[in-house]
Design a protein around this ligand. Structure first.
Ligand code: ADP
Length: 490
């Protein structure tokens, strides 16, 4: 016991024995190529002696790069499970936080433990935390250097690490200390992608296992509606659907629950625009506010509908399930799934839809009644316009010029860096951004004004029925002879 504490307790090293290793490649979907890239490692771990007797070298490790929730931890566990070897895990930041004063010796301890259990997987999460500690220095600068050097020494295999495969994970490749990724330290750097539509079908099916799913459930449809979701988010979707089904006393999880769960998740993602998000209790929304929410959503749905190159409206709701906001839900057209080449026209149409709600408030409710509800959509429109001008060279005055520095692609925060440009150019660029947003707003306003009657009819339908499907929406709009935009204009 004491021995265990010394080794595991202090170092917080988790050990999963092979017999408890419940994960295998069957539990991870949507990354077939990555699996293929690391089959060699699995083969090695299953029978190291065969490899070594042939003169092959023990693989050193794999660095997995990808956004949070893309399955890096799961992959490491699955490799351990597939290979039937123990799994150790530690976070890179712990090297700093917990090991002050004993860093280097802890690293030695960890690798010794791993060596005693080899062959095994040593998973190091937040690997960039290790690199950072050196550059950020701070109080324990020397200590950091020792710790990292020890880690590097261990990884270089000077101490005979035969059979220890390090699997490290990071979502910030640019924050990695260059020394950590020098050739030889990792055999492979694998990229963990966001799953594409087929990948999402696979992941949804993994998480449908053991749940009572409606046999008619159309996974392809759900996958189409979840572009940009990570594996972890898809898992969450399936769990939320199950919870809803239980709450609604259903015996099976049907499409209705999945889409309801999806709607809730999307709302949370968008920060529940319209103030305090619903909590399932019947919030009483005052009638005038109800109307303004309905106008706002009707406008988004209408503009989405009349924009031929934009996504299809799947559903529009106001105040669903007692919440006090609304939601319009778009489904990418099959041919414009995430693998699409995004066009200038698509970006413009996205801006027009983003600005529709605001424009409708101005048109229907009057200038003084434009609310703060549309602020986040306004931001969306501005970000798109900036991307068009600064990154894509869509500026008519500046020409085909990109003004971006190398971007940090895994930060997930749109953290684009703008290159050094003169003030003069910057002024023009921002004028161009403003013009794009203004043009999009004008187009939204025009589209709504031209279809005023249909807009009001849709608003009334929403107030009465709360939620309309894409089909019902179309019926209302076509009944009022809605006019579509021509295909090529802003
Ligand atoms: P990361 O380590 O990249 O942040 P995790 O491996 O912790 O992501 O993912 C969290 C959970 O999300 C996993 O335990 C799993 O249930 C689910 N998940 C993520 N990616 C996948 C995938 N590709 N296939 C199936 N499930 C996944």
């Amino acid at each position: 016991k004491k021995q265990r504490d010394r080794i595991f307790g202090g170092a917080n090293l988790e050990l999963v024995k092979p017999e408890d290793a419940q994960y295998s490649f069957k539990d991870i979907a949507g990354i077939d190529q990555v699996k293929e890239e690391i089959t060699e490692i699995v083969q090695f771990l299953r029978d190291p002696n065969r490899f070594l007797s042939l003169g092959a070298r023990s693989p050193a490790g794999v660095l997995m790069v990808g956004a949070p929730g893309t399955g890096k931890t799961l992959l490491a566990k699955a490799v351990a499970g597939e290979s039937g070897v123990p799994f150790f895990s530690i976070a890179g930041t712990e090297f700093m936080e917990m090991f002050v004063g004993v860093g280097a010796s802890r690293v030695r301890d960890i690798f010794k433990q791993a060596r005693d259990n080899a062959p095994c997987i040593l998973f190091i999460d937040e690997f960039d935390g290790v690199g950072q500690s050196r550059s950020y220095g701070g109080g324990g600068g020397d200590e950091n250097v020792h710790t990292i050097n020890q880690l590097l020494t261990e990884m270089d295999g000077f101490e005979d690490n035969t059979g220890i495969v390090v699997m490290a994970a990071t979502n910030r490749p640019t924050a990695l200390d260059a020394a950590l990724t020098r050739p030889g330290r990792f055999d492979r750097i694998v990229h963990m992608p966001l799953p594409n539509v087929d990948g999402r079908v696979g992941i949804l099916k993994v998480h449908a296992r053991g749940k009572k799913m409606d046999p008619d459930l159309d996974y392809q449809k759900i996958a189409r509606a979840t572009a940009g979701f990570t594996g972890a988010e898809l898992m969450n979707l399936m769990n939320q659907s199950a919870i809803l089904a239980v709450r609604q006393q259903q015996t099976r999880i049907s499409e209705a629950q999945v889409f309801e769960a999806l709607e809730n998740i999307q709302k949370d993602k968008m920060g529940g625009r319209g103030g305090a998000g619903g909590n399932g209790e019947a919030d009483v929304v005052p009638p005038h506010q109800r109307r303004s929410i309905a106008v706002y959503e009707a406008a988004r749905a209408l503009i989405g509908y009349i924009t031929p190159e934009f996504d299809e409206v799947q559903r529009v709701s106001v105040c669903p399930a007692g919440s006090n906001n609304g939601f319009t839900y778009f489904l990418p057209r099959e041919e414009t799934l995430e693998s699409r080449v995004v066009t200038k026209g698509y970006m413009e149409s996205k801006m027009v839809v983003a600005l529709a709600g605001r424009s409708a408030e101005r048109l229907v409710l009057g200038d003084a009644n434009i609310s703060t509800v549309g602020a986040s959509q306004l931001q969306t429109a501005n970000l798109i316009a900036r991307e068009m001008i600064f990154r894509c060279g869509f500026s008519s005055r500046l020409g085909p010029v990109s003004m971006m520095d190398e971007e940090e692609s895994y930060l997930g925060d749109n953290g684009h860096a703008i290159a050094d440009i003169s003030t003069e150019i910057a002024v023009i660029a921002f004028q161009e951004v403003e013009e794009l947003v203004e043009a999009a707003e004008a187009k939204a306003y025009y589209g709504l004004a031209r279809n005023y009657e249909a807009l009001i009819a849709l608003t009334e339908a929403l107030i009465q029925r709360q939620s309309l499907t894409g089909e019902e929406l179309r019926a209302v709009l076509e009944e009022h002879h809605v006019h579509r935009y021509a295909n090529d204009s802003v």
